[in-house]
Write a protein that binds this ligand. Structure first.
Ligand code: FES
Length: 153
């Protein structure tokens, strides 16, 4: 992350220690994840120990210390989706993307995640891409769904 971008956000919050969560949230919006160098820079500039910054980042599940892709694919692994074929959909996603759950494709276009239940069990097996729901998924639909989010050549 560019230091100038980080400085801009720090300035926006006037370097206030009480705004650390908001600062980190803003940084993650820009970069999609929080690299170690970024956290180190924030800790130095705000005069907060790196350990304190890390304990906050690891406490909140919404922060990511690993690279995240441009598109977030969330496959439901809840019971209702599972019995309707969720695992087959997930393994097809892993095959086509060439990654496993929790990973990001080398071109940083996709991150694959799972969730216990998305609260729309009747639509299962369910896959969500960037907040858009794709219900009644099956392995055959995976390729066409991914294609909508693939980088244009
Ligand atoms: S189990 Fe998948 S949405 Fe509830």
């Amino acid at each position: 992350m560019k230091k100038a971008d980080i400085d801009k956000i720090l300035k926006k919050y006037d370097y206030k220690k009480s705004s650390l969560i908001s600062i980190l949230q803003d940084l993650q919006v820009i970069n999609r994840w929080l690299p170690q160098e970024t956290l180190k820079y924030v800790s130095e500039k705000m005069d907060i120990s790196l350990m304190d910054v890390y304990s906050l980042v690891t406490f909140y599940k919404s922060f990511s210390l690993k690279p995240r892709g441009k598109h977030i694919i969330t496959a439901c692994s809840g019971t209702a989706c599972h019995v309707r074929g969720g695992p087959k959909v997930l393994s097809e996603l892993e095959n086509q993307l060439g990654i496993t759950v929790g990973e990001t494709t080398p071109d940083k276009n996709f991150t694959l995640e799972t969730v216990r239940c998305l609260g729309a069990c009747a639509l299962g097996p369910l896959v969500v891409v960037d907040g858009k729901y794709y219900g009644q998924m099956n392995p055959k639909k995976v390729a066409s769904t991914l294609k909508k989010y693939s980088k244009k050549k």
